[in-house]
Design a protein around this ligand. Sequence first.
Ligand code: K7E
Ligand code: CUA
Ligand code: CA
Length: 656
Amino acid sequence: MSEIVMTNAKGKTEETVVPGRRRFLASSAVAGLAGASLSLGLAGCNKGSSDAAPAAGAASAASGADPQANIKWDKYEVHPGKLDTYYSFSSGGHSGDLRIHGLPSGREIRRVPVFNVDCMSGWGITNESRAIIGTKPNGQLNYNTGDTHHVHLSYTDGVYDGKHLFVNDKLNGRIARVKLDTMECDAITQLPNVQGFHGIFPDKRDPVDEKINYTTRVFCGSEFHIPHPNDGRDINDPSKYSCLFTCVDAVTMQPRYQVKIDGNMDLVATSYDGKLACSNQYNTENGVHYEEMMSAERDSCIFFNVARIEEAVKAGKFTHIGDSKVPVVDGTKASNTDPKTALVVYVPVPKNPHGVNASPDGKYYACSGKLSPTATLIEHDLVLKWFDGGLKDPRDTVVAEPEIGLGPLHTGFDGKGFIYTTLFLDSQIVKWDLEAAKKAYQGDKNAKVVVDRIDVHYQPGHGFTSMGETAQPDGQYFISDNKFSKDRYLPVGPLHPDSSQLIDISGEKMLLVADHPLYPEPHDSIVVRRDIIKTRQIYDLNEFPLATKSVKDNRVERNGKKVTVHLTSQAPAYGLREWTVKKGDEVTIILTNLDKVEDLTHGFGIPNYNISFVVHPQQTQSVTFIADKPGVFWCYCLNFCHALHLEMRSRMLVEA
Ligand code: K7E
Ligand code: CUA
Ligand code: CA
């Protein structure tokens, strides 16, 4: 690779700004972000304010001042036995799971398996979880991998209602729903004809029916363009590839309709009035190699007119792709030139944007430049005005486009007029003033757009504020989820943790107040006030048709070669001390936990049969397997439950 020359927003080379720091960036981050071509990408910036001052944090570090000197640490301490103020729900990236942390402590409280197989809980092992994940005719799981990126809760009146969480699987194109009362996944749906399902966002109210002020749909983008259907046709003709935007019914979890578009979709956001959904597009070029994907100076932020799309579906203006029954409407550019009938509008924004977020007042969308040092603010009402025929050029929906720093990716709002954007290349968070950015865009040279910067460690991806994706942002915290942690934690070999940094944004200056290592690799999170989440600790036996409701009902039933063991657990014993089956039998064990005590979870493991799972108080779970190995097998409790936990076992006797 030839020598890399990075220019900052003012056209200076990076070395003249902050020497040591930029050298590190030049060697690692730039290599990862399209290498030598990056300088081309940065040339795309133009309009708007350019008061992108040299890094404030880096400057003070260079002058020796300790930015932590005046921090009152008490505020962020959660003492033993005390509870956190917030839940944070995080995707787990290519671990395929979902994480729940407490904030401000950063303590990991729970992992929820979703697309991964998990031997702690038995997710992917029990019949119940396998039915949700889906199995092939031969009984194997459809998938045992996944890649979760974005998590969002269901809404009522623009605020989290604590009912459901939705999370995407970028790897295998699936959407999952998690019940927030038990924090367990209850549905997984494959999106048809979609690859690289990345952005996901629930709606916040109905676009047509004013009375429906809660989430009934979830919108899903797709990042990779493919032939439709992707059955071997057109594999060598990328001009025939395209992407589908999918609307999934939040209740049935079935796709309602899809929109075929030009270019691709990365992140997704929705409006607060239900009228729009949008997605940033970095590959409007329909490129297949990265050079092609970054060849245009501008890409787009695409806006979907939800009500019009639903009318088109109702009116039968759709086609089908392959075997899929899901209606597909036409959102391509050529078919959507007349604003009065358009289903979508493509708003040009600078080069390869990443991340689009709706402001909590419902008025704006912030789309980050990534390969342009700008962020673009698009006004909600102006997008609607375009759809009404009142604006000629989609670009006229843009109300600000300040230069904020290098590699802007994700954005959070504090509800006080400030916007916080992660700068991947600068390894900083920049705080900028929304109204000042608008003024600067109108030509006011004195508008002070960037009001603060802080170093993070290192290369932040996602950033988000407490309650910032709702109509009730509280302006307390910003989390910077950093892709590299380098030297921040004790070294543990080549695999470094990701680094989540807690920033207090309640004052004028941002304060970095905590580092939390994360098992790779969370992308997006949301920070939710704890009063919103109402969990339950004990199941109801009546929810489980297979439950064994009394100790007296423990039994073994045989039907030909099929054996069903109806078993209970109650500390410190299972309801049967032993049972006998024959080699070759198909055995189903249905285990009901009769304990009614909070936190009293039992486990069940069968040695050498590759089976382990847990049952929570009053829950029933089952497993099915072929008893292919004769002998004595001590089925034992895996989850420490009682002083006699080690003695909690039964024998499965398999006759030869
Ligand atoms: Cu990592 Cu939201 Cu998947 Cu950006 S995405 S960083
Ligand atoms: Cu039951 Cu340990
Ligand atoms: Ca592009």
